[in-house]
Write a protein that binds this ligand. Structure first.
Ligand SMILES: C[S@@+](CC[C@H](N)C(=O)[O-])C[C@H]1O[C@@H](n2cnc3c(N)ncnc32)[C@H](O)[C@@H]1O
Length: 452
């Protein structure tokens, strides 16, 4: 069965796709074989749009997979809907046929009450209008869900198909409309051609139709007339859609926002930054490990929290993972954090905190060093690096990278940070993750202290 996760914007679908690819390293998806592949099915360069992630051939039984979706805090906060797709496909013009097939399935299954869940959302109304009147619609307390998704037909490589705010490629065929439009088309066409060339094992320059659009309508027309027959079909200009659907028990659905009273974990945390740390530590399996260590009577581990104020991370480390925390920040901690017996506030800049931390920590050093200092990553690493000696060999570093500028490709800064951390950390352990709780400009860096 295929499962579509629907988010508020494509950036979130993108992050979950990357986490799917990293599922061997990080515990976000359940362990074991989860699905064949994860495909972003929405605009990739543009952060708006349907924000869908299609997980094909999901292995766990749907109730199990649905339970995971509901229990994964990052998903529970950001997901808007889930769609289970197990039935046939209908062409884009065939919504009427789909509605007829769905009605027949509703009759065969003896459905007591039906809700239509769709992506894009407006489809729900269109499908509902096409269902016969006898279909028992029960949007509030359904027994079953009719899931309908409009998805690209055939293979679409993320980032190359031309949808813009829900409309098919409005700039296709209008490359001369303004300088920005020309640049956008040139970049998209070049990327699609390069990918097509790479897939065929050719050099990108050979891809037909990959040239930047000409300057002005006449020049563009002349160039088009002279252009050789394209050797690569550019998906940018070639997206076709189809409908996929499924009829499933209502329990498999994800409670949509505003429907169930929103459960707000960490409602009493002094800052919403707590979600970032919780997500990172969960992915590293630290919650489980802390639980087992406490059950086995291990001594209370220490953590260093750099840039700790107002104290959400510190509070989380103490309350949920059982750490004693040295919280470093010249700013004040919230009184509720300060009064926790396992918290020591080192009221100083990290640059000056070394001696105080040395005096506090046990001889073996801290288990964990976390940093959420607001500083450019290069500056933050400069400040943090001398303190890595206070982390025990094998201990973990978790650090928010607050990146300047926009764009998804942050490999340059991450490479610089990796280099600057030096031999104090295990080189292969350094990973930059884009958590669901990170902002568009943040990544979370994870590394392990070297045995030096
Ligand atoms: C985003 S806040 C941290 C929020 C915190 N993680 C929480 O959960 O409450 C960033 C903090 O970094 C601190 N900071 C910035 N530069 C610092 C430095 N060099 N040393 C220590 N703290 C620093 C600021 O004072 C600020 O309180």
């Amino acid at each position: 069965m295929d499962l579509v996760l629907g988010f508020g914007h494509q950036g979130l679908a993108h992050r979950v796709r990357v986490l799917f690819e990293q599922r061997e390293e990080f515990h976000f998806f359940p362990r074991g074989d989860f699905a064949d592949e994860a495909l972003e099915v929405g605009p990739h360069r543009n952060m708006a749009g349907p924000g869908l992630l299609l997980l094909s051939n999901v292995r766990p039984p749907p109730p199990e997979a649905a339970a995971w979706v509901a229990s994964e805090p990052g998903l529970a906060r950001h997901l808007q809907r889930t769609l289970w797709l197990d039935r046939g496909k209908a062409g884009e013009e065939d919504l009427r046929a789909l509605a007829a097939a769905a009605a027949a399935a509703v009759a065969a299954a003896g459905v007591g009450g039906l809700r239509v869940v769709a992506a894009p959302t407006r489809l729900a109304g269109e499908v509902t209008d096409l269902l016969p009147e006898w279909v028992p619609l029960e949007p509030r307390a359904p027994s079953h869900l009719l899931c309908v998704a409009r998805l690209p037909a055939g293979d679409v490589t993320a980032g190359q198909h031309g949808e813009w705010n829900g409309q098919s490629c409005p700039w296709a065929g209008q490359p001369t409309e303004g300088r920005a439009g020309r640049r956008r088309v040139a970049a998209a066409v070049a990327a699609a051609a390069a990918a097509a060339a790479a897939a065929e094992g050719r050099a990108p320059a050979e891809a037909g139709g990959a040239a930047a659009p000409a300057d002005g309508p006449e020049a563009a027309a002349a160039e088009a007339a002279e252009a050789p027959e394209p050797r690569a079909v550019l998906p940018l200009l070639e997206v076709r859609y189809e409908y996929r659907w499924g009829l499933v028990p209502a329990e498999w659905g994800f409670a949509m926002r505003g429907e169930a009273p929103p459960e707000r974990p960490f409602a009493d945390a002094p800052a919403s930054a707590v979600h970032k740390l919780d997500e990172a530590l969960r992915m590293l399996g630290l919650h489980e490990r802390a639980h087992h260590a406490a059950a086995a009577g291990a001594p209370q581990p220490w953590a260093i929290d750099l840039g700790a104020a107002p104290g959400a991370w510190t509070q989380h480390l103490v309350r949920c993972l059982g750490y004693a925390v040295a919280a470093v920040d010249p700013a004040e901690l919230a009184p509720s954090v300060l009064e926790l017996p396992a918290v020591r506030h080192v009221r100083a800049l990290s640059e000056a905190a070394g001696p105080a931390l040395e005096a506090l920590l046990p001889a073996g050093g801290a288990e964990l060093l976390v940093s959420d200092m607001c500083a450019h990553p290069v500056q933050a690493v400069k400040v943090l690096r001398p303190l890595l000696r206070l982390l025990r060999p094998g201990g973990l570093l978790v650090m928010t990278l607050k990146l300047p500028g926009v764009g998804r490709d942050r490999t340059g800064v991450v490479a610089r940070v990796r280099r600057d951390l030096g031999p104090e950390v295990v080189e292969s352990s350094v990973k930059a993750v884009w958590l669901l709780s990170n902002t568009a400009c943040e990544r979370t860096l994870i590394a392990r202290r070297a045995h030096v």
